[in-house]
Ligand binder design. Structure first.
Ligand code: DX5
Ligand code: ZN
Length: 222
């Protein structure tokens, strides 16, 4: 099974948004990762559903929306209406996570849960059946261009073993510090979706970098 590349527009040039989205649209990336930050849960601020709606009008790719915000349950329907296909909330911001995941599925989106570096994957084991995607944060959320935290590899392995043992179909997506230097290790650990911001938009040829990320491990069949 091949993996998914989800370039993060956090690192794109917003003054050239239509061109950047067009480039992604023409690339082999299947998803586009959209980082929503509220300045409360994370020490940074980005954008909301108006941006998701704008990106949605520029592409037919799957919109992979990562909500780094408190009380995401208040806005799920509006993000879905704006075009979000996958809605990922943070474990750390959802006291009623099971209910929030149902809310996401009920409005027709895939339900994702993001885990900060200190949150154990075991915290999700009781509700794995209600999850479509687990986003392993391999940096502290808030900024692009940070260094990959290598203990994330163990978390990926533990989660992959559990998912396989229970024969579930759940994406393991990894976000933060992912690039050509470590993508193979991350995929080997059991991830099947890679977010890449700086590695793509900071490179000389973003479209080609996406292709290279997609081709990693091809000969080995993943
Ligand atoms: C970080 C965001 C990431 C970010 C990744 O809080 O969730 O999606 O865009 O950027 P890179 O790939 O540059 O670490
Ligand atoms: Zn993200």
């Amino acid at each position: 099974m091949s993996h998914i590349i989800s370039p993060s527009i956090l690192s794109c040039d917003f003054a050239r948004l239509p061109e950047e989205i067009k480039m992604l649209d023409e690339s082999v990336a299947e998803w586009i990762h959209v980082d929503v930050m509220d300045g409360q849960f994370v020490p940074n601020f980005t954008f909301g559903m108006t941006m998701v709606e704008a990106v949605n009008r520029l592409t037919d790719k799957v919109l992979d929306v990562h909500l780094m915000m408190v009380e995401p349950e208040k806005y799920i329907e509006r993000f879905r209406k704006a075009g979000a296909d996958i809605i990922t909330v943070h474990y750390e911001t959802c006291p009623h996570l099971h209910r929030t995941l149902q809310q996401i599925r009920e409005c027709g989106a895939k339900a994702g849960v993001a885990l900060n570096p200190h949150t154990p994957v075991q915290n999700l084991f009781d509700i794995l059946e209600d999850i479509d995607l687990v986003l392993i944060m391999s940096v502290n959320p808030g900024f692009g261009g940070q260094k990959f935290i290598y203990s994330s590899l163990n978390k990926i392995k533990m989660l992959r073993d559990e998912i396989n043992a229970r024969n579930l179909d759940i994406y393991i997506e990894v976000d933060g510090g992912v690039g050509l230097h470590n993508a193979e290790n991350i995929l080997n650990a059991g991830a099947n979706a890679l977010v890449a911001g700086n590695a793509v938009f900071g490179s000389d040829n973003p479209k080609d970098t996406i292709l290279k990320l997609q081709n990693i491990g091809f000969e080995k069949g993943f």
